[in-house]
Design a protein around this ligand. Structure first.
Ligand code: NI
Length: 163
């Protein structure tokens, strides 16, 4: 499974809700998980593999040497509070890292692979990764969250490193 890279139009599109949680979706998510773990990413959103549907996978526990896959289908952020700054990267923007300010705590709702709705509280890195992946579903990359000046610097950097 290929991960789309900065410049691909699918990364700027707003994804549509998932209507069917079926076998096809399960197969796609399995492939996405294999891809994500292979490249040691913390998260992977559907847009990044060219699917304009609202779902993503993530596993922030890898940072603690664990392995706990989380799947969020049609996610919603119900409440958000606090703030935290973390140096983010993105599988679609290889090699670039920048500090981004996010909410530190989230209360979210989503569907799981069985089609069951669930609610969860996320904090710290888990909340950061959730917001990063959630942004992907709205066609937003972490570099879009940088100041205009830093975004300019990113563009120069990108031109130099990705011809
Ligand atoms: Ni990303």
């Amino acid at each position: 499974m290929d991960i789309l890279i900065f410049g691909h139009p699918a990364l700027k599109e707003k994804a549509e809700p998932v209507n069917n949680i079926d076998e096809d979706l399960k197969k796609i998510i399995k492939k996405m998980a294999e891809t994500m773990y292979k490249v040691k990413g913390l998260g992977l959103a559907a847009n990044q593999v060219g699917i304009l549907k609202r779902f993503f996978i993530m596993d922030a526990s890898q940072k603690e040497g664990k392995n706990k896959l989380e799947i969020y289908i049609n996610p919603e952020i119900l409440e958000a509070e606090g703030s935290i700054i973390y140096e983010e990267g993105c599988l679609s923007v290889p090699g670039y890292y920048a500090k981004v300010k996010r909410f530190n705590k989230l209360y979210i709702r989503a569907y799981d692979l069985e089609g069951k709705i669930f609610e969860r509280e996320l904090e710290g890195l888990e909340a950061i990764v959730f917001q990063h992946e959630y942004d992907h579903l709205d066609g937003i990359l972490f570099i879009d969250r940088l100041s205009p000046l830093k975004k300019q610097l990113f563009k120069k950097w990108w031109k130099k490193h990705h011809k």
